[in-house]
Design a protein around this ligand. Structure first.
Ligand code: 8YV
Length: 320
């Protein structure tokens, strides 16, 4: 008997196929009547697959009495109510490491695109403006001090790349990290004051935006904000005002508060580069994420425990 798995939102077809080889997959994303599907299969569901940052919380878990494991397609699991999963006795897994370098690449691409105005220059050429006048000079990465907000796996990969660019690097996170030589700042405001670029790579899920109006003011008129983490980490309304009024220079955003909706006020601005949450979105990396997600479930149901449980739901083999 294959274990029953509930898929909340469509993910990569290859991954769905791999899931179907090992499990009986019930597609909530394709259900005409979600409540009817949950009522019919809820009691037998042993695993939930969370893709596309679908919300998963106590209301859902209450309908899944046999739930053992929740596998997230992504490293960030802020849409999963982990405390509630724990109370249900369910393990949560995510897909760390396999996407680190890809997201760091994208962060650097976005930073360079913002600083040198690469998308704007492309638009300029296509509009046939070049024969009339040279494209205006841009800002520069030279002599910029970079602040990394959240020096986790992705933050470190961003910092490693920036070392190659010769940039001075500082960071803020919950703790000072002993094994790095970068300058530590105790608060986000202090980091913003000390830097010209703020790269947001912290985990989402906090109650308040880390980057608020005060942090943006501290970043200053030459400051550049890059966010490849979560829209909720930045006060989007304050950011729009800061960009409109020259409180900061420019921004590069891969994530937004209410995806896939992007405020028209942001779209109207010329000093932002906007991407549709593509940090990990290459064939190579999405396949690797899919494999790790499936490996977690296969390993779990083979009794070997999850491969990459999140820290809040560690696997305790003796207890389970
Ligand atoms: C994905 C992400 O876009 O890993 C994450 O936390 O945000 C991205 O890699 C997302 O999880 C895919 O649904």
């Amino acid at each position: 008997m294959k274990p029953d798995v509930l898929l909340l939102k469509a993910i990569l077809p290859d991954t769905i196929q791999a899931l179907e080889e090992c499990f009986t997959v019930h597609r909530l994303d394709q259900a005409k009547d979600r409540n009817a599907l949950l009522a019919a299969v809820g009691p037998v569901i042993r695993a939930v697959v969370v893709g596309g940052q679908a919300p998963a919380g106590s209301e859902l878990f209450a309908q899944l009495p046999a739930l053992e494991i929740i596998a997230n397609f992504g490293v960030g699991y802020d849409t999963i109510d982990v405390a509630s999963a724990r109370r249900h006795g369910a393990i949560v897994t995510n897909t760390p490491d396999v996407l680190t370098e890809e997201v760091a690449d994208l962060a650097l691409g976005l930073l360079l695109a913002v600083v040198r105005r690469i998308p704007q220059a492309d638009r300029y050429l296509r509009a046939e403006a070049w024969p009339k006048a040279a494209f205006p000079l841009s800002a520069s990465l030279r002599e910029r001090r970079i602040g990394i907000l959240g020096l986790g796996r992705i933050g470190r990969a961003v910092a490693r790349r920036l070392e190659g660019f010769g940039s001075a690097i500082a960071y803020h996170g919950r703790n000072r990290q002993k094994d790095v030589a970068y300058t530590y700042h105790a608060t986000a405001i202090e980091l913003a004051q000390a830097c010209d670029v703020l790269v947001v790579v912290a985990p989402g899920g906090g109650a308040e935006a880390l980057v608020n109006a005060e942090v943006l003011a501290a970043l200053g008129p030459d400051g550049i904000l890059i966010n490849v983490a979560r829209g909720s980490l930045v006060d989007e309304a304050a950011l729009i005002v800061a960009l409109q009024q020259g409180v900061i220079h420019s921004a590069g955003l891969d994530v937004f508060a209410d995806e896939p909706r992007v405020p028209s006020a942001l779209i109207a601005l010329d000093n932002v580069v906007l991407l549709p949450h593509v940090g990990s979105a290459s064939h190579h990396t999405r396949r690797a994420m899919g494999r790790l997600l499936v490996d977690n479930l296969v390993s779990w149901f083979a009794g070997r425990g999850p491969v990459t449980p999140v820290s809040e739901t560690p696997w305790l083999p003796s207890a389970g």
